[in-house]
Design a binder for this molecule. Structure first.
Ligand SMILES: [Zn+2]
Length: 292
């Protein structure tokens, strides 16, 4: 019986190490809510091992970008109970301005502070800043500073974690620059305006973005135009995203003879601290294969 209890206890501990890494047994002393996935992964890294901190992700791990996000009543509760609300900024959460302005005590950390913004096709700021590793590093530093101010007792821990994570990001960025430097074919077609910052960072040339809104389908006219463009330009690869259906990409590929590859803007995924690093490593592999 004792043995059974020990086994059960071990199982519970094991289970909780895997599944509740960012939660504490005690009620949280300090609650951090992030708006969506990329910020959540950053916050997991920055708060790693700091006791009494709970990190929750408002939009959930599989929502993707917040372009069409509808606030749920549970989101309101989460934010009301938060000590800190971490946002991407650059317009990604502008639909929430009303909510946050009604909570004067809520600290909002805008991770985009100081990041130069690119305009999208409509002339608005493109919010997909985190897809550039350089920007992600700036965001991590901004969030760590914000958390250090809001929870000064743990400021040193947040800064140390951020430094360690930034070091990993910097190594990956260097590796990507090195391994992509020899690629001569730099023209890409994508399906969502998630990649301009990434393309700028690694010297890729986005010839066309087929869908501005990721969940809308391109019109027949746009499909035909894109097929013509691909045929005429000699572009051999188009990049879809794992988050969205590949049907349009497949049609264009079939009609133009191009191949479809998947580039990940790291906007959905698992509760893993290394999720962004892994997504970017995979992007490197895909780019080397697709653009050789
Ligand atoms: Zn997006």
């Amino acid at each position: 019986m004792k043995r059974l209890t020990a086994v059960l206890l071990a199982t519970v501990i094991l289970f909780c190490t895997a599944g509740c890494a960012h939660r504490t047994e005690q009620p949280a002393r300090f609650r951090v809510v992030t708006s969506f996935y990329p910020l959540y992964i950053m916050a997991l890294n920055i708060t790693d091992g700091v006791s009494g901190v709970q990190v929750d992700n408002m939009a959930g791990q599989q929502t993707g970008c917040l372009h069409d996000y509808q606030l749920q009543s549970q989101d309101m509760k989460n934010i009301e109970q938060a000590d800190v609300f971490v946002i991407n900024g650059a317009g990604m959460e502008s639909f929430m301005n009303k909510v946050t302005s009604q909570l004067p005590k809520l600290r909002v950390i805008n991770s985009s502070d100081g990041i130069p913004l690119l305009k999208d096709q409509t002339g608005e700021a493109n919010p997909h800043i985190w897809v550039s590793i350089t920007n992600a590093i700036r965001q991590v530093t901004n969030i760590a500073e914000g958390l250090a101010e809001a929870d000064p007792a743990n400021a040193a821990a947040y800064r140390k974690n951020a430094e360690e994570y930034v070091a990993k990001l910097s190594i990956l960025r260097k590796k990507m620059h090195e391994e992509l430097s020899g690629i001569s074919n730099r023209d890409i077609i994508t399906f969502h305006e998630a990649f301009p910052y990434f393309a700028e960072e690694f010297g890729l040339n986005i010839v066309k973005v087929v869908n501005r809104e990721p969940d809308s389908q391109p019109s027949a006219r746009e499909l035909a135009q894109t097929i013509k463009l691909v045929r005429g330009s000699g572009i051999k690869t188009i990049f879809a995203e794992p988050q969205y259906p590949k049907s349009a990409a497949n049609i264009i590929a079939k009609e133009s003879g191009a191949a479809v590859y998947s580039l990940d803007p790291a906007v959905t995924g698992e509760n893993r601290k290394d999720a962004y690093l892994t997504a970017m490593e995979n992007n490197l592999t895909v780019l080397k294969q697709a653009l050789k």
